[in-house]
Design a protein around this ligand. Sequence first.
Ligand code: HEC
Length: 195
Amino acid sequence: MKKVLISTCLVALTVMTTQQVVAHGGATGVVKERMDLMEEMKDSVKAVSSIFKGETAYNADIIRKAADTIKTHSGDAMTELFPEGSLSGHSEAKPLIWDEWQRFKTLSDRQGKLADGLYRSADNKEVMPENAQQMMGSGGMMGSSDNMMGSGGMMGSSKPMMDDPDVLAQMPSSRVFQMVTDNCSSCHERYRIED
Ligand code: HEC
């Protein structure tokens, strides 16, 4: 009996979801779709967070899997779920998105590059390879005349976007992960209504 009930519910749910996407097609469907996309990324972020919080053992495959999910949810995959003016009762998106479309899009594109970098840094459990350290002028002490990034530290927000996957691939995964989540926050701070 229980089983029957559960499967009936499942069918009902599936039908409802499909109908919502198909039938409404506009705001409701797309708002729901982007919320789902965001939720999936949240799960990926959680999986990696628990590694760096020390709750789970270091596992490069988990990091790669999360990075892959985040990457495929970046760029156009994300922005196409924000058609102009798509705001419904439940949406937390700010209209500012469409006034600053290019800036919004840049954050979504940047996420793709950072996720790519995270994927490629997954094996860098702690240390930075020495050549990368020099390149970064890590800690300000190693900075030299051939320091590509200039002085002032790589994290300075006014620096050119640190989103070259080749460079990120040399960094500790924990640091790249931090950059990924900072990028989530940057977008949310500006374009998502706080609840
Ligand atoms: C380019 C901007 C942008 C980026 C980058 C971004 N988000 Fe979002 N996110 C939004 C906006 C806008 C909303 C609100 C959408 C709505 O309610 O219509 C949102 C909503 C969410 C939600 C709430 C979804 C719900 O069910 O209501 C979660 C969770 C979330 N984002 C997680 C993330 C995570 C994790 C990342 C980074 C890996 C991320 N987001 C990156 C713009 C962004």
